[in-house]
Design a protein around this ligand. Structure first.
Ligand SMILES: *Cc1c(COP(=O)(O)O)cnc(C)c1O
Length: 486
């Protein structure tokens, strides 16, 4: 299996070569040169597999340059009941992503697929835990080391730290805005005592942290010498690891391959639902892929109108589903490449236009950049939007009617799913976080605290290990160099 850039220029690469990198050299994203196709017989055989077994089968179609026995060991080590142990009391941790039927009446079936039972209580663990093991394996093979440098306002940074803690050959330097994260998120990250994890609380806001990451990354000599890398959401291995749970959801919700299911996905950077799109392109019988956004509705606007218009910082709202607060969707280019039938020249032109003019228009209206909007339905995509009041209302409704507490992002998903559910086709909503992570809004909706999984009861009182630093690029570079010894 070879990978090429959505903008056409880069030479084809294999899985291990793109594993540790980010963007392709021409600024595009990597995609396989063709999607592997799944037969009905394979799907039937996969019904009986454990999650780890299924992950191995899916991954081996994409990571063809990793010996199968090694890949099997990596997937077996990653997808265990012990890693995904934060399942609710009535869920089975062994299933890794257990399904729960919320409603089944009049042919309308609403199902929740729990993706948040990993160490940081959000779905990013599903892919990041595998990435940690893949990185360690590849680095050991090449006798190399990697220093991950990033900025976080919450979910991504903690998922990366919990995936990389204690891994040989890897250090993590994670910036976060000092005193700006929730107490729970701060405690999750700062309570890690592993010597390869460095939490740096920057005296500033999230944008200051991001600016420092950019400044350091733009110094190529320094970046190469210090072996700096990232783990952002465009990483191909993260996308592929997420393809697995669409297969699991489908296989668990059906008994034969002539049945279809739909998925609703709380979306921000389009990484999660991009994996659903790929599963569908591989031949998984998915009917609809419904994009659910919050007030930051860049994607909803595109899937309703064909116009992609990125937002400026001043137009990017801080909401109560903060992990979906994005101004542009970093993985969206992968879908646009398929929508344009792999025309890399046009993809490059459109995304150049995003940089110069803030967007593009595929509506087919006079003066637009194309008319591919009319093909969107054939890819199964639909969309909807949910705002703070919907979120509160949905959290209350789900608690009252179905007896469980959901987080704010999942609430956005359920609100939109109920508007798109069709008779005879189960609608699976991906649960992207557990409510304990967003307790402030649970209190607002339900007037009580969210339940915490065992072991998280007193997380805020654990000893914390972090460094407070000014937003000073030179001091940051010196700090990293001192700890890498490079
Ligand atoms: C990251 C995240 C999302 C958005 O996922 P994308 O892949 O960026 O679309 C949704 N919900 C939660 C809880 C997240 O952490």
């Amino acid at each position: 299996m070879q990978y090429a850039s959505t903008r056409g220029h880069a030479a084809a690469q294999n899985f291990s070569e793109i594993l540790l990198g980010g963007l392709a050299p021409d600024g595009g994203l990597y995609l396989p040169t063709s999607y592997p196709q799944i037969t009905g017989a394979e799907l039937d055989a996969w019904r009986k597999l454990s999650y780890a077994g299924l992950a191995f089968e899916v991954l081996k179609k994409f990571a063809t340059d990793i010996p199968e026995a090694d890949l099997k060991a990596l997937t077996d080590k990653t997808y265990t009941a012990d890693v995904y142990k934060n399942a609710r009391a009535d869920e089975s941790a062994v299933q890794i992503t257990p399904l729960r039927v919320l409603q089944d009446k009049g042919g309308r079936k609403l199902v929740l697929q729990a993706l948040s039972n990993g160490p940081t209580l959000a779905f990013k663990d599903m892919a990041m835990q595998l990435l940690g093991n893949l990185f360690e394996y590849t680095l050991a093979k090449n006798q190399a080391e990697l220093n991950i440098f990033g900025a976080t306002s919450g979910d991504t940074g903690s998922a990366a730290e919990y995936a990389m803690r204690g891994k040989k050959g890897i250090r993590v330097f994670m910036l976060s805005p000092h005193k700006k994260m929730s107490a729970f998120q701060t405690a999750q990250m700062f309570s890690l005592q592993d010597p390869n994890i460095f939490n740096i609380a920057v005296e500033g806001v999230f944008d200051d942290c991001q600016d420092m990451v950019k400044a350091v990354s733009n110094d190529l000599e320094y970046k190469n010498r210090q072996k700096i890398g990232t783990v952002n959401s465009i990483n191909w291995a993260r996308v592929v690891a997420q393809v697995v749970y669409y297969f699991r959801g489908y296989l668990s919700a059906t008994s034969s391959n002539d049945q279809k299911v739909s998925f609703t996905v709380p979306s921000g950077n389009f990484g999660n639902i991009c994996a659903g799109h790929i599963a569908r392109m591989m031949g998984l019988p998915i009917d609809k892929l419904v994009v659910a956004t919050n007030e930051n509705d860049v994607l909803d606007e595109f899937f309703r109108t064909g116009v992609y218009r990125v937002r400026k910082s001043a137009e990017t709202w801080h909401t109560t589903s903060p992990s979906m607060d994005i101004s542009k969707a970093s993985n969206f280019e992968r879908f646009v490449f398929d929508l344009l039938d792999g025309d890399a020249k046009r993809v490059a032109a459109l995304f150049k236009k995003v940089e110069t003019e803030g967007g593009f228009d595929l509506s087919g209206q006079p003066g637009s950049d194309g008319d591919e909007f009319k093909k969107i339905a054939a890819f199964g995509f639909e969309s909807g939007k949910s705002v703070h009041a919907d979120r509160l209302q949905t959290i209350r409704q789900v608690e009252k009617e179905f007896g469980i507490t959901i987080d704010t992002h999942t609430a956005d998903g359920i609100k939109v799913a109920l508007e798109h559910i069709a008779e005879g086709v189960p609608m699976i909503v991906l649960e992207t976080a557990l409510p304990a992570k967003f307790n402030e809004t649970i209190r607002e909706a339900l007037d009580r605290d969210a339940e915490r999984p065992a072991g998280f009861e007193n997380i805020e009182s654990l000893p914390q290990r972090f460094e407070v630093m000014a937003a000073d690029v030179q001091a940051m570079k010196a700090f990293i160099a001192k700890h890498t010894g490079l």
